[in-house]
Design a protein around this ligand. Structure first.
Ligand SMILES: *[C@@H]1O[C@H](CO)[C@@H](O)[C@H](O)[C@H]1NC(C)=O
Ligand SMILES: *[C@@H]1O[C@H](CO)[C@@H](O)[C@H](O)[C@H]1NC(C)=O
Ligand SMILES: *[C@@H]1O[C@H](CO)[C@@H](O)[C@H](O)[C@H]1NC(C)=O
Ligand SMILES: *[C@@H]1O[C@H](CO)[C@@H](O)[C@H](O)[C@H]1NC(C)=O
Ligand SMILES: *[C@@H]1O[C@H](CO)[C@@H](O)[C@H](O)[C@H]1NC(C)=O
Ligand SMILES: *[C@@H]1O[C@H](CO)[C@@H](O)[C@H](O)[C@H]1NC(C)=O
Ligand SMILES: *[C@@H]1O[C@H](CO)[C@@H](O)[C@H](O)[C@H]1NC(C)=O
Ligand SMILES: *[C@@H]1O[C@H](CO)[C@@H](O)[C@H](O)[C@H]1NC(C)=O
Ligand SMILES: *[C@@H]1O[C@H](CO)[C@@H](O)[C@H](O)[C@H]1NC(C)=O
Ligand SMILES: *[C@@H]1O[C@H](CO)[C@@H](O)[C@H](O)[C@H]1NC(C)=O
Ligand SMILES: *[C@@H]1O[C@H](CO)[C@@H](O)[C@H](O)[C@H]1NC(C)=O
Ligand SMILES: *[C@@H]1O[C@H](CO)[C@@H](O)[C@H](O)[C@H]1NC(C)=O
Length: 512
């Protein structure tokens, strides 16, 4: 009874939060939870459900399977993830332990982004003008901007540590508009898991973490008793764009009796546009691929996709929009700029309702050109509009090569797939070479992730087996790109046998 009461109270609280803070429609996505056979509770609006209207409720059933480590949940309606979000911690099964010595303590470290205005007002203004949204006023660590901003210094997050102990930082990046570099002064970081899948311990001076990613990072308190800053700032690779160039900090404070240096030392973070620093970190992640933590990378591929990832523009009457040269900014995958349907794709698929989506998402871009050239043919900037899905047979083995283009302004794109984790089998800078690059794929110990940043003017290859029936969103986790149409969805059909069937919808699905 007590636990029932607890759940009930939390439920009401959630309602209050959602209707008073968000004051609009929303719903929640458990980012990285694969939700076997249950896309109904996955969350993204117009993909698997209609928005939950203010004052209404919807009970999501979260089904955990192979995940172990840190994941998170967030609102998935427009840019509302800036409001309600939090970490999900999945411990090893009873009787098993971490593949590293048990840490002394575990602490969530959640990166966020903050505007003085309402985030939704920022989005609405950008969509009205067609230009880039206003840059944010701060980044945050556990909800606080830190000492380098002229506010709330007394509330800066402090991690108190005992000298000699090891701490597990459960990191989540909920920043909306850029990737981030993060480091702790005088301390090394050892990454042991990414997106709730263990990796070979990687000891580094800084990490690159993209919106949508979660990482488990060990911090050994092995320095002199003192105060040290942990800090994060943007990695923003678009040429000549304004971005939030501020740095958020929190404190690592050794417990003891000492005179702290003033100010605490700041860590070194790479230059804001240092792509090689970013890929140097990202490209060194490897899964454990051990007897206890085996991997199963698909090798016999049934469905190959080569997908260009582009920022685009639409012409605007009298060049009156606020995008480059008076255009309206847009974005696409294989030149299709995703348009939200009027009802969710999952419902349309399940109930066989026609004219909601087209099932011909292209497996190849419409034209091949030098995707990474400095100067691009301007008509290529204009995409097609569409609500297109890719259809996969149950157990299909899928490879997607994402190619980022330099149309309008090349940058990194953290691509996130719902319903699955995928192996990152290759990446490179420049144009993907279908003859040479696959020969260099890592099929031995590629990391298993649910979000991977495709580098600026580069490519990334991922593989997964389509063993989770349903409708699953694939999108860039930079929110303005997602809103501009850098999205698609896969329909994974049912397979033979009860374990390969989509579950029926819950009775309280929100109506459209
Ligand atoms: C939440 O939904 C349930 C039915 O699913 C309903 O019984 C309950 O009254 C709802 N609560 C609120 C606060 O709307
Ligand atoms: C965006 O920035 C402009 C210029 O500083 C300002 O006038 C406008 O009010 C801002 N928009 C929002 C929604 O804060
Ligand atoms: C950079 O952007 C500014 C303002 O957006 C523009 O005036 C300038 O021409 C741009 N510079 C280059 C080299 O593109
Ligand atoms: C950050 O950007 C602002 C406005 O563009 C500029 O005035 C300031 O010098 C920049 N600060 C740093 C540290 O680059
Ligand atoms: C802290 O150290 C100082 C100087 O060594 C000493 O005077 C003081 O009593 C110590 N305080 C505590 C609480 O141990
Ligand atoms: C990165 O930014 C610095 C300083 O703004 C600039 O000098 C440099 O050319 C930029 N590098 C790239 C690769 O754009
Ligand atoms: C990546 O960083 C490591 C450590 O700083 C360095 O030894 C290595 O040369 C770098 N690799 C590349 C490709 O830049
Ligand atoms: C690869 O997959 C195809 C289609 O599913 C199948 O016919 C073929 O036997 C498979 N080849 C191997 C080597 O597994
Ligand atoms: C474009 O400009 C022309 C001439 O100034 C004007 O007549 C027309 O109404 C404008 N169209 C739009 C859509 O603003
Ligand atoms: C594509 O553009 C890049 C950047 O300008 C250039 O280095 C490369 O040589 C071009 N490739 C081809 C095949 O023209
Ligand atoms: C803006 O127009 C100029 C001149 O036509 C062109 O060189 C430039 O590439 C355009 N910029 C964008 C982002 O379309
Ligand atoms: C899907 O593939 C796995 C092996 O990867 C196999 O064990 C399973 O039986 C297959 N399921 C169906 C329904 O074909």
């Amino acid at each position: 009874m007590a636990s029932f009461m607890k759940i009930f109270v939390l439920h009401i609280l959630g309602l209050l939060l959602w209707s008073s803070i968000v004051a609009a429609k929303t719903h929640r996505h458990t980012h990285g939870v694969k939700m076997p056979r249950n896309p109904w509770s996955d969350g993204p609006e117009y993909i698997t459900q209609c928005p939950i209207q203010p004052g209404h409720n919807f009970t999501q059933t979260v089904i955990l399977s192979t995940e172990e480590g840190t994941l998170w949940w967030h609102a998935h309606s427009d840019w509302t993830r800036n409001t309600v979000h939090g970490a999900i911690v999945i411990y090893p099964k009873k009787g098993t332990s971490y593949p590293f010595p048990k840490p002394y303590a575990e602490i969530p470290v959640i990166l966020g982004e903050w505007w003085k205005s309402q985030t939704m007002a920022i989005q609405e203004e950008a969509l009205a003008t067609g230009g880039d949204p206003n840059v944010s006023d701060a980044y945050t660590i556990n909800g606080q901007p830190g000492d380098l901003y002229p506010c709330s210094r007394s509330d800066t997050f402090k991690l108190k540590v005992k000298q000699g102990k090891t701490y597990l930082l459960r990191m989540v990046n909920n920043v909306l508009q850029d990737l981030n570099f993060f480091a702790i002064a005088n301390h090394k970081l050892t990454v042991v898991a990414v997106d709730a899948s263990y990796v070979k311990p990687l000891t580094v001076d800084y990490i690159t973490i993209s919106p949508g990613q979660a990482m488990d990072v060990l911090l050994v308190a092995n320095q002199q008793k003192n105060h040290y800053y942990m800090a994060a700032k943007a990695y923003e690779s678009v040429f000549n764009i304004s971005y939030d160039n501020t740095t958020t900090t929190a404190l690592v404070e050794y417990i003891g009796n000492y005179t702290a240096s003033s100010p605490p030392s700041l860590p070194y973070l790479p230059l804001y546009n240092d792509t090689s620093a970013s890929v140097n970190f990202t490209g060194r992640l490897r899964s454990l691929a051990s007897k206890r933590y085996p991997i199963s990378v698909p090798t016999n591929i049934t469905n190959k996709y080569f997908v260009t990832v582009s920022v685009n523009t639409f012409p605007c009457a009298n060049n009156s929009c606020a995008g480059p040269n008076g255009t309206r900014l847009s974005a696409s995958l294989n030149n299709i700029s995703f348009q939200n349907p009027t009802i969710d794709i999952l419902q349309a698929y399940y109930k066989k309702i026609g004219h909601v989506y087209d099932d011909d998402f292209p497996t190849f871009p419409p034209v091949l050109f030098n995707f990474t050239a400095d100067y691009q043919y301007l008509p290529y900037e204009i995409p097609e509009k569409g609500t297109k899905v890719g259809v996969l047979k149950y157990n299909a083995t899928v490879e997607i090569v994402f190619q980022s283009t330099n149309l309008v302004g090349g940058t990194d794109h953290p691509m996130h797939l719902h319903g699955y984790s995928f192996y990152v089998v290759g990446w490179g800078l420049g144009n993907f070479d279908p003859n040479k690059d696959p020969l260099k794929y890592n099929l031995v110990d590629p990391p298993l992730q649910n979000t991977i940043a495709v580098p600026k003017n580069g490519w990334t290859a991922i593989r997964f087996q389509a063993d989770n029936p349903g409708v699953w969103f694939l999108h860039c986790h930079i929110d303005r790109h997602m809103t501009w149409g850098m999205d698609m969805a896969f329909i994974v059909k049912n397979g033979r046998g009860p374990e390969a069937q989509l579950l029926p919808p819950p009775p309280d699905m929100p109506p459209c």
